[in-house]
Write a protein that binds this ligand. Sequence first.
Ligand SMILES: Cc1cc2nc3c(=O)[nH]c(=O)nc-3n(C[C@H](O)[C@H](O)[C@H](O)COP(=O)(O)O)c2cc1C
Length: 404
Amino acid sequence: MTKLNDSITLPNGAVISNRIAKSAMSENLSTKNHEPSQTLINAYAKWAKSGAGLLVTGNVMIDQKALGEPWNVVVEDRQHLEKLKAWAASVKDTNTHLWVQINHPGRQAMDQINSVLKAPSAIPLKSKGRKKATTKIPEALTEEEIQDIIKRFGITAAVLKEAGFTGVQIHGAHGYLVSQFLSPYANVREDQWGGNLENRARFVVEVYREMRKQVGPDFPIGIKLNSADFQKGGFSEEESMQVIQILSKEGIDLIEISGGTYEAPAMMKGNRKSTREREAYFIEYIEKARKITDTPLMLTGGFRTVSVMQDAVASNELDIIGLGRPFTLFPNIGNEIINESRSDFKAKMNTTGVKGIDGLMNIIWYEAQIKRLGLGKNPSLKLSAWSVFFTYFFGIMKFKFTKK
Ligand SMILES: Cc1cc2nc3c(=O)[nH]c(=O)nc-3n(C[C@H](O)[C@H](O)[C@H](O)COP(=O)(O)O)c2cc1C
């Protein structure tokens, strides 16, 4: 029976020392030049001692003209190599893998910080239940731009390998560019990149192949993939299963499952009542996925109780437990899970009580906790939601001002 502290060997031979992973969480902690700040590096030095076998960084962008958040780290070339080396070295002398999540936001990005939005098709984002677009209309990518983005994913992966990170992850979930290509709702192209699933999956396959070409056969490449978008006309569970089969055949090393987009954010709360009662949001999906692939599977979203995590790995339906928000509030979480010194990691965030703002809190309140970690402070359950909101808002203003 598999236990949480058993190691796992990935298809390329890399060994992850146990079954607890920190899932990617955007830290929004770069410098104004988009290199890793010391606060960001310090947060990882803290998590390096958390007892997790794998830490995946928050999304790092491949192009400074396409940002998810104002203070994202961007890796376009070797110019930030020294700081990237320092970030990679934050796990030195530990048994912890540090992988970087690589992303392009496509149409799911703030108008305030990007002069143009590029996407598979010129279809703007809409929030759930709203009829009106919530971003400006993106420009459909040209063939040349698509080829450029594929190349960039490869260059970013090669630089990160050179910096000393021990793996990379493609962000193929949550409605960003890779997931936009997969979605028949966001991608209505009529060329080789749109239409049937084979065409819509071409982008992620080409991104993977280019990265593999750049980093070689022994370097771990994983993907975070949606079980479904949970949107009418979006990427479905059946299609997601087919993408798992395609990428497994390509030789990907680890598939992390999540779900939803920022139009329908299932990654933060699950989708069905029955799933929520069982804690892990996408567990029914992973049970099915296990039957169609031998590639190691990681599941993220909702895990809070040690007994549920233990049962999940013991069942062999998944290999690695991914945790997001609990890592921000319990920085020693891996050790506490494995020693069983704490049985649950529930923690309720503070909210403003204003519905439109509190959706954002689900990200920015936890980002503020990551910043506290990096500044050497303890997590604060009492952290005021309003102060977090105003700090974030002023951060966007500062970004706009400094970029002018
Ligand atoms: C502050 C914050 C930032 C996030 N940023 C990312 C990200 O950059 N990439 C990603 O794949 N998921 C991101 N997520 C989603 C988490 O990885 C995870 O899927 C989600 O929080 C559900 O897991 P949990 O219930 O354990 O928190 C983020 C979540 C939070 C709270």
